[in-house]
Design a protein around this ligand. Structure first.
Ligand code: ADP
Ligand code: MG
Length: 418
């Protein structure tokens, strides 16, 4: 029999996800939503219309909310569902997601009615981190319904001063925590360094810091898709909607790399040009992200590591902007990781082949002036080079990553001066 999940944007019912009799997951907007003045899209890939969206038309967005395949498989085994069943997965873990979307089984209370937080001690947090490889996103824990994309272990929590709590019943979180990983030495410090470097270089960046709980180091990332609002009962958390570039382009997560059919830089720039409410600023922002990722040696900048942020979603005042930078790591620090970039830069997948001509080609594809791009690369290389001295993370891996980035910036400056 067909089953439905109610899809909310903030606390508004926007549509239904339906698992039809054939087992296919399809989506339709609610009529009341379509009739509402100022109704907005859930995703760039889901234009407002009365007709249902087929599985192929909507899977990029909905599967894109869920974690990467390896994590999905473990979650599916733990919960006794199939890893390929997006509907069952969203039913179980789609409470607190990226952006302002929430999934509620039909007949259950509206979101916000059931919001609770459970305070966790530093020891409990450390125990959770140890458990995450076997229990991704804490799926199955009483009251926890959390879903975030990506392959790294992570949880989302609310941090309020020194107090850390787990959001229950789909309550909003304020931070994403990514614990250290044995396989990649010092990855927490690597990501902290590169992200703080981006901030010091003047790029819009998610705020990060390294923390420790009972000897487990972790990266604490402040969510840019959450805001604090003053209400009658004090300060509460509110959501901002977001979707990543793959979701906006209806590209399924299994195909996020360009070589597999994932988005190219040309498609990313076209997307931003087409939907941003401030295209001039956002095209420049995206260009800086691309150059920065090249300078720090981040080969994993695929379409799920760039997002669109929706301000005032669901109102006539909605504004779509490129979200701040997140998940930027110097992947070249780990030689075992792929040396190919997630997206082709000019004619090259391999960063060491990239030269001024590839950036000119990028300018062509992005619809930007060649001299602008040609000038911005060395300009940003100099800014990033100077900024490496301003990020003070006194840890071995961070220092080595800093040295590696300095060398890359110097090499780039040389190539662009000849
Ligand atoms: N600071 C942030 N604010 C809001 N959402 C974020 C933030 N950082 C990451 N996300 C969301 O969480 C997802 C997973 O985070 P990410 O750091 O990319 O993890 P991974 O390293 O596993 O890929 C991202 O795809 C994005 O949707
Ligand atoms: Mg990611």
């Amino acid at each position: 029999m067909a089953k439905t999940l109610e899809v909310y944007l903030h606390d508004q019912l926007i549509g239904q996800l339906i698992q039809d009799d054939g087992g296919q997951t399809v989506f339709e907007y609610a009529n009341a939503w379509l009739d509402r003045p100022g109704a907005t899209l859930l995703s760039v890939s889901l234009p407002l219309r009365k007709e249902r969206f087929s599985r192929n038309e909507c899977r990029g967005f909905f599967a894109g909310i869920l974690p990467d395949e390896t994590k999905r498989e473990i979650i599916a085994r733990n919960l006794g569902i199939s890893a390929r069943n997006d509907f069952a997965m969203l039913e179980r873990i789609g409470g607190e997601c990226a952006g302002a979307v929430t999934f509620i089984p039909t007949g259950e209370p509206l979101p916000a009615r059931d919001y609770r937080y459970r305070v966790i001690s530093p020891k409990q947090l450390a125990d959770i981190f140890k458990e995450l490889p076997k229990r991704p996103l804490l799926a199955g824990e009483e009251g926890v319904r959390l879903s975030l994309a990506g392959a790294q272990d992570k949880i989302a929590v609310r941090i309020d001063g020194e107090e850390i709590s787990l959001p229950l019943g789909g309550a909003p979180s304020s931070h994403i925590l990514k614990p250290s990983i044995e396989r990649f030495a010092g990855v927490v410090f690597n990501e902290a360094f590169t992200m703080q470097l981006a901030g010091e270089s003047g790029l819009a960046t998610a705020r990060v810091e390294v923390r420790e709980s009972h000897k487990i180091e972790y990266l604490s990332v402040e969510r840019y898709d959450r805001t604090h609002i003053q209400s009658g009962t004090g300060i509460t958390l509110d959501r901002l909607h977001q979707e990543d570039f793959c979701q906006a382009l209806n590209i399924v997560p299994e195909m996020k790399y360009q070589k597999e059919g994932g988005p190219s830089l040309k498609q990313c720039f076209e997307l931003v040009r087409g939907v941003s409410s401030a295209p001039v600023v956002d095209l420049a922002r995206l260009l800086d992200f691309v150059i920065f990722n090249y300078l720090i040696g981040n080969n994993d900048a695929h379409g799920k590591n760039f997002s669109l942020l929706y301000h005032d979603a669901g109102t006539v005042n909605q504004q779509i902007r490129v979200a701040p930078l997140y998940d930027a790591i110097s992947t070249v620090y780990y030689p075992e990781l792929s040396n190919d970039m997630a997206m082709k830069l000019g004619d090259a997948y391999q960063p060491e082949r990239v030269g001024p001509r590839d950036f000119e080609k990028l300018a062509e594809q992005a619809g930007l002036a060649k001299p602008l791009v040609r000038l911005r690369v060395p300009e940003l290389a100099l800014i990033v080079l100077d900024a490496t001295a301003k990020v003070k993370i006194n840890q071995d891996v961070a220092q080595k990553v800093a040295a590696l980035i300095r060398a890359r910036c110097e090499k780039t400056l040389k190539r662009f001066s000849s």
